[in-house]
Design a protein. Sequence first.
Length: 330
Amino acid sequence: MGQYSSLEKDYDEIIKEADEGENDFLKYASNNIKAWKRMNLNAFISKLSQGEENNFDIFCIIEGNKGNEITKFIQNHFVEELLNEIKLKKDIKNAIKETFLKMNKLMEGKAGMKEIIDLKKKNNEEVMNNFKKIINDDLKDNNNKNELNNNEIKLPEEENKIEEEINIFEEEDEEILDYTGCTLCLILIDTKLNKLYFGNIGNSEVYIYKKDNIKEMKSSHRPNEPTENARINNDSLIINNKLYGILTSARTFGNFAYKNIISDEPDIQEYDLNIEDKYIFIANESILNIYNKENIKELIEKNENNDLKEILTNILDNKISKYFYNNNTK
């Protein structure tokens, strides 16, 4: 089961975190699907009208692995640091690069480490509460309605075993950084200059849809890609197209156990927006394993009469939850 819950849920019971908003320049919708995972490893950032002149719209997809502590840390700090760097440097591309390179340093500091430890403790509590709920629901389904004293949940004899599984990471606190991490894909739109900036570590992609064509903005950091493979320079570390047989990206935040190989330097691109650009679609690796850019275009056009939030929900409902169910809950 790995990261997945043992509770077999109905297809329609997937958990989503949806958001939407607008300003004078654009409308956006975002959706983060949990499916049947014990915790959501991914996150998004949507910030409108940021900066001294309120002219920056900022969107990020953060994709986590082996936990979500680093994901949440990045979600808490990335935009603030980016705006500070832009204010200092007055050069957006340089500010994007410096912000990416600053994240790991912030994590390793005393304040950063304390925040990540606190996030891990909170996760342990949430996962344990989820297990208790699952067990309690199963007991009710089996008509095992025991009298509960003071409304407390009684766990079966396997309680100690479950507690031990939940606390598997409670070793040295610093090891949290070693084996958890995340990637990040950034879109920053300067509404004053009609410019779009793309910054990325990982395998997320951005598609800009016009009436008759699609503009791609992407940079794959899979370990077997020629650039990454040459940088790693050790084929024995790449197993089944994954770094150490674990990581699908050779550039991440965190994952300090592999810091001699992992990079946190982003690829950065710039694009001049124009009136023909109708939709901008940002997708992480999980989405791209199922859809390609043409599939997404067809789904957008099929749902074009709906609002953005509906379009995005329909895209996820079309395949994602069934895919998770068929492949990960057996």
